[in-house]
Design a protein. Structure first.
Length: 90
């Protein structure tokens, strides 16, 4: 399929691995606070909760396979903490 064509064009993949997708709520809220503080609008906390929660089923579905390399792509994995600091790679 189309993904096979995309994979064939790449020499390698890098996967940023997180401990839990729940951190995405906090990261999105941080971005929205920065937007509001810069005067460019931004979602409220409730809007962030609603927005991010729509993506959680995809995280739950796709991350386990991505982290287990079920596609056989042999990526470089970089695990990060909740503050986006690198912890280790494999």
């Amino acid at each position: 399929g189309e993904y096979s064509k995309l994979h064939a064009m790449m020499d390698s993949w890098i996967v940023i691995q997180i401990e839990s997708p729940e951190v995405v709520y906090r990261w999105r809220e941080q971005a929205e606070v920065a937007l509001r503080e810069s005067g460019r609008g931004g979602m409220s906390e409730a809007e962030v909760e609603d927005f991010v929660s729509r993506y959680m089923p995809a995280y739950a579905s796709f991350l386990p396979g991505l982290y287990a390399d079920k596609a056989g792509l042999s990526p470089l994995y970089i695990r990060i903490d909740d503050d986006r600091n690198p912890l280790q790679s494999r």
